[in-house]
Design a protein around this ligand. Structure first.
Ligand code: SAM
Length: 257
């Protein structure tokens, strides 16, 4: 199965469909417009709450300072703010998170959640595209992206932008669905993905297609070693990744040195 898209024909994947590169973002935006209000509930139902543990592992790996030392995090494709809230709660008074996402509906839910948690002074929400960030060079100490990069049409541009906005010594962390590597679990996971998730999406959000895109897009995302190579190609050093939950998810890491 081709996992990269055919860049010579200027096409890419939208789930299992080949689409013109220029159309993918609009299709992705429709997905998150459709599911925004029930996005967090669906994450809990689909993963039986496991996404919380995966995000906590990312925040622990980021290791933000617990004291007053300033630390600026950029959480790209940060949607409803889940990673940013976890990072703020794990850090000291000098920490600030900027959630950047292309979808105003996801950001609206995020702002409401921040206000409800009284975290609106510690987390800012900014509309923007991962492929062309409106932030200066070397502005952030950390860059996180959770379950977001798979949706970006030109992943190489997003990685180059991640490198540009990190200060030297800054860390890049990417949590993404990966390739199940545990015999037995792979067949169960496929059965669950294709037969349970879209109907669950229909029941909870009224939209099975968006969740069919989710399970298909996971199969099209590069394998972890190939993705690590892309991170290296963007200029990052000490690139590594760890497989979580039998390969359902991988946490990728790189440093701007
Ligand atoms: N990071 C959040 C989390 O883990 O709960 C949200 C992940 S959600 C699966 C994917 C997010 O990527 C959506 O909010 C979507 O709007 C965002 N997204 C898709 N393409 C993007 C792009 N080019 N730039 C920024 N955000 C994008």
């Amino acid at each position: 199965m081709d996992r990269q898209g055919d860049t010579t024909r200027n096409t890419t994947h939208f789930g299992f469909k080949d689409v013109p590169l220029s159309e993918k973002q609009t299709l992705v935006n429709d997905v998150f417009h459709s599911v925004a209000s029930r996005y967090d509930l669906m994450n809990d139902l689909m993963s039986a709450g496991l996404h919380r543990a995966w995000k906590d592992i990312m925040v622990t790996t980021l290791n933000p300072p617990r004291n007053d030392r300033p630390f600026a995090l950029l959480d790209v494709a940060g949607g409803t703010g889940d990673v940013a809230f976890r990072a703020v709660q794990a850090s000291g008074a000098g920490f600030h998170a900027t959630v950047c996402d292309i979808n105003p509906d996801m950001l609206r839910v995020g702002r409401e959640r921040a206000e409800a948690r009284r975290l609106d002074d510690r987390v800012s929400f900014v509309e923007g595209n991962a492929e062309a960030l409106a932030f200066p060079d070397r502005a952030f100490d950390g860059y996180t992206v959770a379950f977001g990069i798979r949706n970006v049409p030109r992943i190489d541009l997003a990685l180059a932008e991640a490198f540009r906005v990190l200060r030297p010594g800054g860390r890049f962390l990417c949590l993404e669905f990966s390739t199940v590597d545990m015999p037995g679990l792979d067949r169960l996971y496929d059965l669950f993905s294709f037969n349970v998730i879209p109907p669950l999406g229909r029941a909870v959000t009224g939209d099975a297609e968006s969740y069919r895109y989710l399970v298909e897009s996971i199969r099209k995302f590069p394998r972890p070693d190939a993705f690590a190579e892309m991170i290296r190609a963007a200029g990052f050093a000490r690139v590594s990744w760890q497989s979580l939950s039998g390969g359902i998810v991988a946490l990728h890491s790189g440093w701007r040195l």
